[in-house]
Design a protein around this ligand. Structure first.
Ligand code: AMP
Ligand code: ZN
Length: 112
């Protein structure tokens, strides 16, 4: 956990391009964007991945789902947006602190 990149970003030990923060989540720009808008939403508590979720995480997960559309609209994505959660090595997860990719605008990757 101490070596977790996103925990360090949350703690302010590593700089990020923060766009939103509250008691439960932090949202910042992906350093290697795959679309015009590419943000990452992370829970402030360290959760490794969807594989590690327990009932104690229900509230924060629901909160993130409910907060995403608001963040998308704040970034001009009035027509909609795409969310991606990579889980485990087989799912392409590279940073093992649960995060939701929020993508939108031109050059949206994958799935048509
Ligand atoms: P994933 O493959 O789902 O684990 O995605 C990890 C994402 O984190 C990638 O899209 C990276 O570009 C992004 N990323 C890695 N390091 C940073 C950083 N320091 N600041 C912002 N985004 C980062
Ligand atoms: Zn972490």
């Amino acid at each position: 956990m101490n070596d977790c990149l996103f925990c360090k970003i949350i703690a302010g030990e590593i700089p990020s391009d923060k766009v939103y923060e509250d008691e439960q989540v932090l949202v910042f720009k992906d350093i290697n964007p795959h679309a015009d808008v590419h943000l990452l939403m992370v829970p402030k508590q360290h959760i490794v991945s969807l594989d590690e979720l327990g009932p104690e995480h229900d509230d924060v997960m629901a909160y993130m789902m409910r907060t995403l559309p608001r963040i998308a609209k704040d970034h001009g994505l009035d027509d909609g947006f795409r969310t991606i959660i990579n889980t485990g090595k087989g799912g392409g997860q590279v940073v093992f602190h649960l995060h939701i990719h929020l993508l939108g605008g031109k050059n949206l990757p994958g799935f048509g």
